[in-house]
Design a protein around this ligand. Sequence first.
Ligand SMILES: NC(=O)c1ccc[n+]([C@@H]2O[C@H](COP(=O)([O-])OP(=O)(O)OC[C@H]3O[C@@H](n4cnc5c(N)ncnc54)[C@H](OP(=O)(O)O)[C@@H]3O)[C@@H](O)[C@H]2O)c1
Length: 292
Amino acid sequence: MIEQRPFGSTGLTVSRIGLGAGQVGERDVTEPQAERLLRGALDLGVTLVDTALSYGASEERIGRHLHDRRGDFVLSSKGGSGVEGHEDWSAGAVRASVEQTLRRTRSERVDVFFLHSCSLEVLERGEAQDALDAEVEAGRVVVAGYSGDNEALAYAASSSRFGALECSVNVADRWNLHHVVGQDPALGVIAKRPVANAPWRFDERPTGHYAELYWERLQQLRLDPGPLGWTALALRFTAHAPGVHSSIVGTAHLDHLRENVEAASAGPLPPEVVAHLDEAWDRVGADWPSST
Ligand SMILES: NC(=O)c1ccc[n+]([C@@H]2O[C@H](COP(=O)([O-])OP(=O)(O)OC[C@H]3O[C@@H](n4cnc5c(N)ncnc54)[C@H](OP(=O)(O)O)[C@@H]3O)[C@@H](O)[C@H]2O)c1
């Protein structure tokens, strides 16, 4: 069974592997497929489901297929911009985002609500954080979080305004890991893009595809997955990275999620594999920013 662990000092408990429910919201994922994936994830012991206002039908599908099991998982969602009738990152936009999430997911409260990639300038203004605090005060949100990367993430982490962070961490993306993650053990940390968008699926450069940046980085890193294979190599790196509490693999396929849970359950990577990854990173990756 998948390991459950404290989510920083938030009082929540999360599974080492979570479900990134971005794909659950996509149009080409059928309703029965979404149901099978969401319910199957909980059956596997996954207790963190991560979604966002902007993930298509994801929130509605979580509400539709998991409302009878709402007590069995930590729900994290994200918003603050793109809300009709509200200026992005205004107090009204944050409040309306939380309201939409609660309505769509059929929840009375959302466990973690992240400001979804707002800039450093927005964070410095503070209006969005004040609005999120009001949601916590009102009991609609349990933990206020920031989802983002690089300097904005570093600012958020040291601001004392958040209880949780979500950021990119994987074999081809380590800036957040080296500069922010784990520095404040009280913060709950979710790693997004934990398998680097699985770029090894593409023999040729996937021009214009989401995975293109990491495909290019893997070419430069010249990693050898060895007998472990790519998925296990990537996932064991992220899932056992110091300071990361849960790695939310995005998938539309329950068999992939099962494979991911099994891979992470095998434990941290052997030291010689870690040394190989570190050597490659130090050789070409040390100045790479995290992907936003
Ligand atoms: N806060 C933010 O701004 C932000 C940004 C990006 C992502 N996220 C969150 O993080 C989650 C994960 O990120 P992501 O989806 O971008 O990246 P990811 O988890 O690194 O990669 C997902 C890709 O890997 C494939 N995959 C997963 N497991 C696999 C396996 N065992 N074998 C082969 N392929 C596999 C999936 O395809 P299949 O569907 O075929 O399995 C999918 O295309 C998202 O769902 C979302 O919740 C948040």
